[in-house]
Design a protein around this ligand. Sequence first.
Ligand code: SF4
Ligand code: SF4
Length: 327
Amino acid sequence: MFPALFSQPYVVALFYSFFTLLAFAFYFIFADMSYCAYICPISAIRNAFSRDSFMWLGSYESACRTCTTFECAKACEFDQSPFNFDKNNSMGDCTLCMDCANSCAAISYKAKGSGFSLLKPIRKARNVDVWTYLLLFAFMTLTLKFTAVWNHAPGGEMLPWMWLTHGFSQAYPRSPVRFEALFTLLFSVGITLLLAGVGFRMAARTLKADRSRIFREVGYAYAPLALIASLGVAGESFFTRYFHSVINGFIEAFHLPCHFIAPLATPQTPWLHIFVFFDYLAVGWTLFLLWKRVTLFAPEKSVSKHLVTTLWLSMLPVFYLGLTFFA
Ligand code: SF4
Ligand code: SF4
């Protein structure tokens, strides 16, 4: 993925040292954990994942209604108001540190159905959450899918990004850039943005609504596609590409007296297909959520408009389903 320069330990050490120092600098420049809230991308990814969580932090409304101290908010270093989480159907930038729970017994932390918050309107819906889902899908799920299943399948060299990879590898044989990873990634991002972009544009036309509002409020439906499908692809990649690479890396790095090991599976290994379950689950759940969130977004529109809008927005999951079928 990265230039070969990043394979060298001291470059990686410098890379992380730089960002650690930067983190310290931001910590002192900005108060109240603003590095975590506004700079660190992990925060956006954590918030995205929390939508599929089984657990939910909220508060007992009967106690909060008469509260005058708001100890929970005072205890929160992240400037959150947990008494509003249920009302907003959003846990904001909560890190689940539980400081608020130590300050007041009215904080609740309950198991709920996974992704239950996606079935309800989300007050203060945020573009950044939807962008996180789309980019996670593009960078992780789709890129891994192409790499693990498609790039080296029979005829894979005819895929446009592999065709470019061959061309550039021949033209620049000494380049430290790994062209296959680069072009697979660029095409994954391009395809994702194209299908999602056309879907939102056509949805806005169908509903005669503001495109950015549809993006922000309906786009949460792509959460399972980004989060659940990635589990299946990551599982496949672990057995076909990464497990033996990690073990062999240790053997090589520490001169262990062992033979290098072969991959645990190939893309053709029959039992590897159990991971396809995650793909079907993710696509099915995304299609259901698209329908649900479209009807929540425009309840006054007819069923046929809901259906057409859902179909336009389904291009991305249906494309992914096609990849899974023909893999
Ligand atoms: S959780 Fe406790 S401190 Fe916070 S608003 Fe409710 S009663 Fe008040
Ligand atoms: S769990 Fe931590 S971050 Fe979340 S609201 Fe409570 S104190 Fe704030």
